[in-house]
Design a protein around this ligand. Sequence first.
Ligand code: UDP
Length: 322
Amino acid sequence: MPAKKKQPVTVVTGGAGFLGSHLTDRLLAEGHRVIAIDNLITGHLTNIEHLAGNENYRFIKQDVTQYLYVPDDIDYVFHFASPASPIDYLELPIPTLKVGALGTHNALGLAKAKKATFLLASTSECYGDPLVHPQKEDYWGNVNPIGPRGVYDEAKRFAEAITMAYHRYHGIDTKIVRIFNTYGPRMRLRDGRVVPAFIGQALSESPLTIFGDGSQTRSFCYVSDLIDGIYRLSQSDFHEPVNIGNPREMTIKQFAEEIIRITGTKSSLEYKPLPVDDPKVRQPDITRAREVLHWEPKVQFEEGIVKTIDYFRDWLARANER
Ligand code: UDP
């Protein structure tokens, strides 16, 4: 009889967040045992309440900028802890810098001690307000280091640098995913990002707040597609950064009009000042993901957005009951 394959043990930092919790679900479905770590400053226990009692799951409430002690043998460390919405990192500039720098150092140290594979959740913000469009991984970016968004952008750029240093100097098996705008259930309604903001406003029939003239573009990826790309990357032997996102680009005004059409709301549009250093365009070039991971997004915009609207409708109904 062939030897039974060992069950992989995986640490997910930021495990109670939007992406960390979806990643956990996928890893459990793939047969992993998951140890999630989160200090719950932007993550939420409701994202993981369905895992209570799961014998393959353990939750540790901890700030990953503090020394990480995990006694188990570990095969993978997925480092997803960080505030990730512009409003969050404007309110939490120092925790954002610390989790990208000290938190990544600790998570890499854990991976090194356990001889585990390490995967960094990086971001399209590494490209800043890009002067090259669409963005390919070999573009170095256009980041204002001292602007209000710099705390996130530079923390993630440092995180990429230290990840590559651990790969080159310590021989750690590392991967870097650059995540573009992603949406889906378990986003926080009031995290300030455009998807929950517009859906929340549409569902309460209040005006949709467009920042600037709405001509800036974004490309939105449904969460299940993103998690599939990340899982594939974790199973690859590729060490350079890989963009994962949906190349379907639209202006923020078009996005607002789509939300109005799909929800059937009577909401109007309201124009507000554009935040400092808000990128004018963003669209991933996913050639590398296609070639290396044989990955591309599958969920159509309308399908993903309807699921997300349904999630927020339920969430609001439950909030009203409480
Ligand atoms: N935005 C907007 N209204 C809102 C929230 C965001 O027009 O209520 C714009 C924001 O200025 C940006 C885009 O939508 O141009 C996407 O913003 P988000 O906060 O989702 O993330 P970003 O892509 O900027 O990191």
